[in-house]
Ligand binder design. Sequence first.
Ligand code: XIL
Length: 368
Amino acid sequence: MMLVSPAFGGDVAAPTLREAAGHRLLIGTALSAANLDDPALTQLVATQFDCLTATNAMKPMHLQAVHGTFTFEAADRLVAFAHAHDMQMIGHTLCWHQQSPAWLFKDERGRPLPREVALANLKEHIQAVVKHFAGKVKGWDVVNEALSESPGPDLRDTPARRAIGDDYVVKAFEYAHEADPNVELYYNDFNIEQSFKRERTLRLIQQIRAAGLPVNGIGIQGHWLLDSPDVSEIEAGVRAFADAGLNVSITELDIDPCPRRHGTAGADLDAQEQSGMDPYKQGLPDEVQHQLAARYAELFAMLLKYPQVKRVTFWGATDGDSWLNNWPVRGRTNHPMLWDRQCQPKPAFDAVLRALQSKSVAGADLGK
Ligand code: XIL
């Protein structure tokens, strides 16, 4: 498919990311159902990307806010859009401590439910959702962000863990696999590529495998900054997971050029600030624009060395629809993506396109 872009000379058909990636790997994006009402955005997405993730529509809070009442409309719209444009759909996410209804793991007074009740709720949710989308979704982020970043236990203190115990992650994989043995199952998290979180990630994967369950891939979210982490650190993570026999995906890629108070990458939703530095309201200075392009280029050149890297999904498509306009600082003007607010390609787009073009022929046909 070709995208006719004025930035490439009006009537000259320009290559797309999807074409440039060829069979080497999948290039994905993430949308909300509301984004489907934006014709410029949907035209861009339909031509540039191989696959789609729902930014919010498949999260437990959106599918089953009220126990026993499922609301699949928004998610079904996204699936229909993806399939109408020959894109695959990625499921995100079956179990997460954010955007999850309280009733799943807590009683009316906020206390952890008894283990058996919480397990029944988890099973019922996962199995209804996985069965609803069976045959329509390539794979699921079964559990999102289970791992702690603090010393002590590997798992984060969450309502699921409090009610069920440490085996809730294994149980989530078991329920998903039972509901659809053909769907791929992934573990997804942020900062797991970095040395401080890598070992506990591998321990968790080992536990799931020891229970006889498949882990078809690991999702490194990829909410990164302009200057951290180093690409060498990300590469060490990719290599460690590949060496453990895992397929690797970057599942929520964006590179934030705005300053952060704490200066670290990651994506902890609880770290949202009501106000903060907003230096690029009038646009991104050329110098920073080129730093952003160079960082994307370096990242893709590294990722493309590893045949185990099967997918790179951007968390959004244009600067205008990025969640980084609202996180970690609410309401600032951010510029992390490959297209600007007018859906025009930025230098970062050219950088990624060139990286893909120079590597895609080397990749085997991986059955994209
Ligand atoms: C974000 C969505 O993009 C926002 O619209 C929502 O308000 C909060 O969640 N890690 C994840 C994603 O796994 O689900 C998050 O998505 C971003 C961080």
